[in-house]
Design a protein around this ligand. Structure first.
Ligand code: GDP
Ligand code: ZN
Length: 323
């Protein structure tokens, strides 16, 4: 066995005990996607995780040319991951849905449904918590009247000012789609946002051959939240991947202590240590450097309002209930 060649790859999906591993720079005799199994020992090592190998994992496989299958012999360290809780036998376990995400995109429509920056702010907090770079897509700009166009511009500027990439698109007319597509290239992308914002339409605009799969997966979602849904990495035509996982599309901010929230509003961070009180919640306290920054216009008032809204829901223990 030790003489079989080793390749590095990425897990695209898992079905039971098999993992589809996309091999980077596979030689001609190796298929681009190798059905692979894992060594038994990985199962035993990590008992607080239900799946030792997750979609998105970078792995080393040993390729068996006779069977045209692989054996996963090494799992590379994860840069980040999105998980959900799983009921374990003894302790609560973690189920890793996707690992090694390069960007999580919050998709919003200018209307139908209306643009909702508070929703974006929640997604950004989640992304920062998990160490996942995020971005924003404002879709359906073809539907925008003058006022909505102005609002979209203002919202775009708000997030660009704090270093999140923003794309304004129309999946129907094609505006901005090529620019967004270029940002997806060679990246592992997660697409999130409210139902109807145009996520499927955008994905179909850049990767029409995925159409059937995106449809079938959204149909799957409608069947009910309680059925297990698996993430999959779909290769994009120009390189890179898009993750379709219904579970990632709607999430709460779980397990976050209210005192930690401010660290996930990236533009708040430089001010935190300047507050008068060490345990400042940046709500009502005097001498709050964050509130001063809001008053001076250095922090956008709407972002601060989102902060307060999430803070109160965390203080009330309301997060994770679903929206
Ligand atoms: P999803 O739920 O986020 O996947 O949204 P869909 O992609 O299913 O789109 C919801 C509806 O909005 C569909 O009727 C689409 O045709 C429509 N739609 C999506 N993108 C656009 C767009 O850019 N402009 C317009 N006018 N309609 C769009
Ligand atoms: Zn403060």
């Amino acid at each position: 066995m030790s003489t079989t060649p080793a390749y590095e790859g990425r897990v695209l999906r898992s079905t039971g005990s098999w993992y589809e591993v996309q091999v980077a720079d596979a030689p001609a005799e190796v298929p681009a996607v190798v059905p692979s199994r894992i060594r038994g020992k990985f199962r035993l090592e990590d008992s607080d995780v239900t799946n030792p190998v997750a979609v998105g994992d970078r792995v080393t496989i040993r390729y068996n040319p006779d069977e045209e299958t692989g054996m996963i012999v090494d799992i590379h360290e994860r840069r980040n991951r999105l998980s959900r809780r799983a009921a374990g036998r003894r302790v609560e376990q973690e189920h890793v849905m996707v690992a090694n995400i390069d960007r999580a995109w919050a998709v919003q429509a200018v209307q139908q449904p209306p643009l909702n920056p508070a929703f974006v702010d929640r997604l950004l907090v989640m992304a920062e918590m998990h160490n996942i770079p995020a971005g924003l897509v404002i879709n359906k700009i073809d539907l925008a009247d003058t006022e909505q166009r102005q609002q979209a511009k203002e919202v775009a500027a708000r997030y660009q000012a704090i270093d999140y990439p923003v794309y304004c698109t129309s999946a129907i007319e094609g505006t901005g789609v090529a620019a967004w597509n270029a940002a997806l290239r060679n990246q592992v992308n997660v697409v999130t946002g409210p139902s109807g914002a145009g996520k499927s339409s955008l994905i179909n605009a850049i990767a029409p051959e995925l159409e059937i799969e995106t449809k079938s997966i959204s149909e799957q979602t409608q069947k009910g939240r309680h059925t297990t849904t698996f993430a999959a990495l779909h290769p994009l035509p120009e390189g890179g991947h898009i993750v379709d996982t219904p579970g990632v599309r709607e999430f709460g901010i779980l397990d976050l202590h209210p005192a930690d929230l401010c660290h996930f509003f990236v533009e708040f961070v430089p001010y935190i240590d300047a507050c008068k009180f060490d345990d400042c919640t940046h709500d009502h306290e005097p001498g709050c450097a964050i509130k001063e920054a809001v008053d001076e216009g250095a922090i956008h008032a709407a972002r601060y309002e989102s902060y307060l809204s999430i803070l109160y829901s965390l203080q009330d223990g309301m997060e994770g209930v679903g929206r």
